[in-house]
Write a protein that binds this ligand. Structure first.
Ligand SMILES: Cc1ncc(COP(=O)(O)O)c(C=O)c1O
Length: 340
């Protein structure tokens, strides 16, 4: 039976061409700054978004957490949406690594406004934590892959900077947003002091994320990466996959988005789905007719070879990616009929 793994876009295996690029990579010791492939990946990514420098890390959690650590001091506060990955899914890292508190905003599928930020900034009064950093997630995972409007980003960025706050972008799925919106990478890059992008999600790499920023920011990030144990040696072997993906796997994300729309229509035709969060990119979040059957439905789907994850009370997430194709949706159509 063909297993359709919709749990995440992180489950993809390298393509044959990506493996070839990895095998051909020139290697060195990246902790000494000697790996030519890592250096070239870092330069390429930084230039794409008009930043001076970048640092290659093992995960998006690490790039986000390093950025927060560089932006803040213990006792500061980070402003972000209540759905954000940095708050929900990074093991309490904001408190653990940086000793910061969090002010949560109630945005629209993870997207908040400049006015929300203004209201969240604490007064200069010793009772309150010092508001230091605003973090945006684009696309917003828990918001069902929602894309931020560039004008809304500009407004949030402007007010954050005018208020003396840093502004970070968790762009784990930034390329999904960019292929849909057609926004300029440089224009987007200008709005942020730091940007995290993941290579191991829709771009199909086995591992790796990048943190982008100005030279002085990335110099500090390099120290924190060492402290977090994220310095890697002959990392060019995985960086080569990243270069390959940036050259070859961005435009094809559109196919994943089309599959997500088709999948949402199939789900809409079932008796067990009550509501679907309209997919904007490669993530489909459904709400079940009977929320109490969440576990049973995930298990039934898994027995039919359709893997998914629970995504909050009565909700299930499906993610499309490089290893899912149109034929797989035909299989889904058959398998969905047998779910009760
Ligand atoms: C929005 C977002 N940010 C950050 C991450 C963290 O990435 P990683 O799994 O590489 O730590 C994820 C992972 O799913 C994510 O969805």
């Amino acid at each position: 039976m063909r297993v359709l793994d919709f749990r995440s876009d992180t489950v993809t295996k390298p393509t044959a061409a990506m493996y070839d690029a990895m095998m051909a990579a020139s290697l060195g010791d990246d902790v000494f700054g000697d790996d030519p492939t890592v250096n070239s990946l870092e330069r390429k990514a930084a230039e794409m978004f008009g930043k001076q420098a970048a640092i290659f890390c093992p995960s998006g959690t690490m790039t986000n957490q390093i950025a927060i650590k560089v932006h803040t001091s213990p006792g500061d506060e980070v402003i972000c949406d209540q759905l954000s990955h940095i708050y929900n899914y990074e093991g309490g890292g904001i408190a653990f690594n940086s000793g910061c508190s969090v002010k949560l905003l109630d945005g629209n599928r993870g997207r908040f406004t400049a006015a929300d930020v203004v209201n969240a900034i604490n007064p200069d009064d010793p009772h309150f934590p010092f508001s230091r950093l605003v973090s945006i997630e684009n696309t917003c995972n828990k918001g069902g892959g929602a894309i931020w409007d560039i004008n809304q980003i500009k407004e949030v960025s402007k007010i954050s900077r005018e208020s003396g706050l840093g502004i970070h972008l968790d762009g784990a799925r930034l390329f999904n947003a960019l292929v849909e919106s057609g926004n300029s990478k440089q224009e987007l890059g200008d709005q942020f002091d730091s940007i995290s992008i993941c290579l191991s999600k829709g771009l199909g790499c086995p591992v790796g994320s990048l943190l982008l920023g100005e030279e002085h920011f990335i110099r500090k990030a390099r120290r924190i990466r060492k402290v977090f144990g994220g310095g890697m040696r002959q990392a060019g072997i995985i960086a080569a996959a990243g270069i390959y993906a940036l050259d070859n796997h961005i435009e094809r994300l559109k196919q994943d988005h089309n599959l997500a729309k088709d999948l949402s229509m199939l789900l809409n035709a079932t008796s067990w789905v009550k509501h679907i969060v309209a997919p904007e990119t490669n993530i489909v979040v459904i709400e079940l007719e009977q929320p109490e059957k969440q576990k049973s439905i995930i298990e039934q789907l898994a027995r039919k070879g359709v893997l998914t994850v629970a995504f909050g009370l009565g909700k299930i997430r499906f993610v499309t990616h490089l290893d899912i194709n149109q034929n797989d949706l035909n299989l889904c159509a058959e398998r969905f009929k047998e779910i009760k």
